[in-house]
Design a protein around this ligand. Structure first.
Ligand SMILES: *Cc1c(COP(=O)(O)O)cnc(C)c1O
Length: 375
């Protein structure tokens, strides 16, 4: 069976975990966490990066920092993973979903303004497949209405928009290092903070509401409980695993990109014949080969393709059930305007296996089987 995903492993992870263990420093914010934070800051050019226990937690942290309260509204796409909404709903906010654009599957920035009410506090663009949303337009609206922008860049590490790293454009950016993402630590994520004024609060909330970070930097004599907070810092073992991959970030990305390009080239013919649609990368964006998808004619054809591939030992998957149609989405959210594309496009999309180390022979076999299906 060709798996849909294999967690990234470069070979140095266990060695680094051993170092963490031998350092006798296995809780959070040790040597490896610091290295990962620094790597992200240098790579993205953001002011501050903080490793977290997940992207979900990074988003929760951002929601607390943005002071999201019960009754507030937060605008986001419905075509996304549940965490995008959960982080805000947990603070008592209502998720207001707007439709996506069919070419990138990202939220349609032209629909945001009409969804704004006097309760709106934030916009949450999700950079689907590591391809950026229209950030110029989103930032312009946010500025006009004084809204926070929290980028769900869970899939977006190494991707750019007009030369800027995803996650660094809005007030906050959230990365995921779950095992299904380009770089992993099992479970984990990161919060990127654009403005220096928000860094201290972020450190406090991440560390149980204490000023421990300041204490460790020698800026205060003793640390104490100064605010409401939680525990969003991962252990050094997880950070050590991740650091081995960040060191090889270019290599991992190049490897994924080779597979992505192989698929994209091979399916051009099918696309030109009008049988499938391929991912679209806007000119101002570079992507990170997080995902390769095809769009079938409809749900029925997609179901048939997935079963056909399964019969041929290939695991292809689909996602997401649009949030506004899910039980919790009905309770905690509402869709603004018409669902012209969210449901329809989500039902057509199928993701093909793509992971670091996927052999070209396997990719070619997958390509061959997809083509056979469309014969
Ligand atoms: C993976 C993912 C998340 C959640 O990431 P975790 O690290 O598992 O919390 C959130 N949003 C999107 C768009 C994702 O793809």
């Amino acid at each position: 069976m060709i798996r849909f995903n294999v967690p990234p492993y470069t070979g140095k992870e266990l060695e680094y975990i051993k170092v963490a263990v031998e350092n006798q420093k296995i809780c959070g914010d040790g040597e490896f966490t610091a290295k990962c934070n620094k790597w992200m800051e240098q790579k993205t050019g953001t002011t501050k990066a903080l490793l977290t226990t997940s992207c979900t937690h990074a988003t929760e942290l951002a929601a607390i920092l943005a002071d999201i309260k019960p009754g507030d509204e937060v605008i986001m796409p419905a075509y996304t993973f549940v965490s995008t909404a959960d982080a805000f709903v947990l603070r008592g906010a209502t998720a207001v979903f707007v439709d996506i654009r069919p070419d990138t599957m990202n939220m349609d920035a032209d629909l945001i303004e009409a969804a704004i009410t006097d309760k709106t506090r934030a916009i949450v663009p999700v950079h689907y497949a590591g391809v950026s949303c229209d950030m110029d337009k989103i930032m312009e609206i946010a500025e006009k209405y004084n809204l926070a922008v929290i980028e769900d860049a869970a899939q977006g590490i190494m991707s750019t928009y007009k030369g800027k790293a995803l996650g660094t454009i809005g007030d906050y950016g959230c990365f995921s290092f779950h095992e299904t993402k380009n770089f992993s630590m099992g479970e984990g994520g990161a919060l990127l903070i654009r403005d220096v004024d928000n860094v201290e609060n972020a450190e406090i909330i991440r560390e149980k509401g204490t000023n421990r970070a300041k204490f460790f930097r020698g800026q205060i004599d003793k640390y104490t409980w100064v605010e409401k907070g939680s525990s969003y810092l991962p252990s050094e073992m997880n950070a050590a695993y991740l650091y081995a991959q960040l060191e090889l970030a270019e290599e991992i990305t190049a490897d994924r990109m080779a597979t992505w390009n192989r698929y994209n080239e091979a399916f051009k013919e099918l696309a030109e014949a009008g049988k499938v649609e391929l991912p679209f990368i806007p000119e101002e964006c570079t992507h990170n080969a997080h995902m390769f998808y095809l769009k079938c004619k409809d749900l029925e054809e997609r179901t048939a393709l997935i079963s056909f591939l399964k019969e041929n030992d290939i695991l292809a998957v689909f996602h997401y059930v649009p949030l506004h149609t899910a039980p919790a989405g009905l309770k905690y959210g509402r869709f603004h305007g018409e669902d012209k594309y969210t449901t329809k496009e989500s039902e057509r999309l199928v993701r093909l296996p793509l992971y670091y180390g996927l052999e070209p022979e396997k990719t070619d076999y997958i390509i061959e089987k997809v083509k056979e299906f469309y014969k």
